[in-house]
Write a protein that binds this ligand. Structure first.
Ligand code: PHE
Length: 445
């Protein structure tokens, strides 16, 4: 049977940008900017995206397109009978762990979208917002029901395949997402007092920069670009042979960064205009923003819009995670896509239910001192992603033949490959050292 493919450049781009743009951009980025010296952090982040992460994006695409296989088989083809395929297995596991908490947040988002649709955020009372949020996340049934609805939504898209599922829906959702973020940003920038939020994002305070900040920027770049867990290997395996992987990687990185900055410009001015601390924590999106919406003209409309944005961002990221496992299971076991997606979704529902319950009734059940929700988050983002990323660069830089890498980089010699030497240098030396540094920082902290 012919393997499914993306239809062309734009199709791959919307899908990969969809994977990259997620809760990492809308929440984590603005918050980290706040804690780490504003614009100075943004500059370091940009440098990391361009110098280190962009070559890793290219490397994942190279592995995927060269082998046209799932994240595990790709390594078995390039390095038969070696333990390298463990990288793919780590990737599949990471996808599971990320989904186990990410889908719960997706469920919360649906709940909030529903509440804003029925005009529940009319009173700008912060303690009410806080107790609403706490009672939702600690309730045993309600968030799980929404999480299941969210998972079904994603499962449906992935069941439809690459071109008719992931690509088709990303094509519809991503431009819409972009448009809505821009509208929300304009609304936020037009609030009285918004300048403080902008100043916060663009005025560098270099005195706040230290190694922790530098490493935080690299970690964020990794998470935000969906790197290190086979997501881009899997998407890369559906990229048609004629497409230019470097251009694709470049546009992915730029778009993801643009979204992060737009999200910062949409959220921070509103936060500052209402005198709220930008370091509110995970509650920012679910507690503080509804309060702001309750106070501004047309607030309810913008609340609905914001939760749709969050929902789209989460869906297009979760389908990429689901596809990593689906591609592996269908190709490994030779079973139909629909069956594979159903089985995986049931397993994800089980894990996600536990992580949802760990916010309430099961909050005393701890793994390594963390609730299950925090454990899945910590294990995937802080351990599995950097580990996977490190092995991917070591594999492409030191194990694969240089000629193989060059061939894929230049579409078998059809493209010029001017930047190949710079790329290869980063992959061999700069990226591994940088990742080891981040990794050590994360485990030793
Ligand atoms: N990049 C996504 C975000 O910013 C998260 C993600 C990580 C998605 C890894 C897929 C793989 O929210």
């Amino acid at each position: 049977m012919k393997r499914d493919e993306f239809s062309g450049f734009f199709g791959v781009l919307v899908a990969t940008v969809g994977s990259a743009v997620g809760l990492g951009n809308l929440w984590r980025f603005p918050y980290l900017v706040g804690q780490n010296g504003g614009a100075a952090f943004v500059l370091i982040y940009l440098a990391f995206v361009l110098i280190i992460c962009l070559p890793i994006v290219i490397s994942e695409f190279i592995i995927g397109r060269r082998t046209k296989s799932n994240a595990v088989k790709a390594f078995q083809i390039l390095a038969p009978r070696t333990p390298w395929s463990a990288i793919g297995i780590i990737g599949v596991l990471s996808a599971f762990c990320i989904m186990a908490f990410y889908t719960v947040v997706g469920g919360w988002t649906l709940d909030y979208l529903f509440r804003s649709l029925i005009h529940l955020f009319s009173k700008p009372d912060i303690s009410l917002m806080e107790s609403q949020f706490t009672s939702l996340v600690t309730s045993p049934v309600r968030p799980i029901i929404w999480t299941v609805v969210f998972i079904i939504f994603n499962a449906f898209i992935v069941m439809c395949g690459i071109k008719k599922g992931i690509e088709k829906y990303s094509r519809i959702m991503m431009p819409f997402l972009f448009l809505m973020i821009v509208i929300l940003m304009i609304r936020s920038l037009s609030l009285p007092g918004a300048e403080k939020g902008v100043t916060f994002l663009v005025k560098p305070d270099f005195s706040k920069i230290n190694t922790q900040v530098v490493l935080a920027a690299l970690g964020q770049a990794f998470f935000s670009l969906s790197l290190g867990m086979g997501c881009l290997i899997t998407y890369g395996s559906y990229v048609p042979a004629r497409e230019n992987l470097n251009k694709l990687a470049f546009f992915t990185a730029i778009s993801d960064t643009l979204f992060a900055i737009l999200a910062g410009l949409a959220i921070m001015p509103a936060v500052f205009a209402f005198g709220i601390s930008p370091q509110e924590g995970p509650g920012l999106v679910f507690i503080v923003l509804p309060r702001i919406f309750a106070q501004i003209p047309l607030g309810n409309f913008f609340a609905v819009m914001f939760f749709i944005i969050l929902l789209i961002a989460a869906v297009t990221s979760v389908i990429s995670l689901l596809e990593v496992i689906t591609a592996y299971i269908t190709e490994r076991l030779g079973i139909k896509r629909k069956i594979a997606v159903t089985i995986i979704s049931l397993l994800v529902t089980a894990c996600a239910s536990f992580s949802s319950l760990s916010q309430g009734v099961l909050k005393d059940v701890k793994i390594f001192g963390k609730t299950m929700f925090d454990f899945f988050d910590y294990l995937s983002a802080n351990i599995l992603l950097p580990l996977g990323g490190l092995f991917i660069v070591l594999f492409v830089g030191w194990y694969m033949k240089k000629s193989q890498v060059y061939d894929e980089f230049t579409n078998q010699g059809a493209l010029k490959g001017t930047l190949f030497r710079a790329y290869y240098f980063v992959i061999r030396y700069v990226a591994p050292v940088a990742i080891v540094a981040v990794f050590l920082d994360l485990i030793l902290r």
